[in-house]
Ligand binder design. Structure first.
Ligand code: CA
Length: 225
């Protein structure tokens, strides 16, 4: 899961980034309006935490641009202004939620989980792939109800496939989502190959009823056994 934090206050940005990394999210940062606009145009995020008052523009315009580009990233506005107009406008523009600063970090975490659940897993906290059940919040993967030991990247890759069940996913999409922005400019994706190889081995050992197949020149997709 990848989260973009658009926030100009260094203390706040640091607090959010540290907390979210501890929660196993891949965190990207934008410290002003322009870099926020660049990020949303170039990359996709599972959730964007968006401050409204930025030194060189309004977070609401970042949200407008996101919608204009037809992107589906979830957005939670975090605003210092307890302004009803901002809140209404933000939600009207398509924000998924709105939090007024100061807020408790656990409250934010609950909102993030809820937003991701709503959008990615049809409101459920788990994903089902044949005989495999993934509890996203507990970071638990079960095959026929038996836990499967996965490292952090293997787990994230499995969730990414679970959210893109019928699609071919490119190596650069996997790299960007699991490792973070800018890695897609790497021209060597061997690190993905070895994680997927290990994940496939574990799926086989646990007798999962699907496999991850390479699609030549395009990436990977799930295939039924
Ligand atoms: Ca601000």
């Amino acid at each position: 899961m990848k989260i973009l934090v658009v926030e100009d206050e260094p203390e706040m940005q640091k607090l959010l980034s540290q907390f979210l990394q501890e929660e196993n999210y891949v965190v990207e940062e934008a410290h002003d309006f322009l870099s926020g606009m660049d990020k949303i145009a170039a990359y996709d995020y599972d959730c964007i935490l968006l401050d409204i008052t930025l030194p060189d523009g309004s977070g609401l315009d970042v949200l407008r641009e996101l919608k204009r580009l037809g992107k589906a990233d979830s957005v939670i506005i975090i605003s210092a202004k307890n302004s009803i107009e901002d809140k209404v406008q933000g939600l009207d523009l398509g924000a998924d939620d709105y939090l007024t600063k100061p807020f408790h970090i656990t409250e934010l975490n609950a909102r993030i989980k809820s937003v991701i659940r709503r959008k990615k897993a049809d409101g459920k906290s788990y994903l089902i792939m044949e005989n495999v059940k993934i509890n996203i919040e507990e970071r638990l993967a079960l095959v026929d109800e038996i836990p499967m030991e996965l490292n952090r990247k293997e787990f994230d890759i499995l969730v990414f496939f679970g959210m893109n069940k019928s699609r071919i996913v490119s190596k650069s999409a996997i790299a960007e989502n699991i490792w973070g922005d800018y890695i897609d400019q790497s021209n060597d994706f061997d690190f993905i190959y070895s994680q997927i190889k290990n994940l496939r081995k574990k799926l086989r050992e646990h007798k999962a009823k699907f496999d991850i197949s390479a699609v030549y020149g395009m990436g990977y997709k799930l295939s039924l056994k």
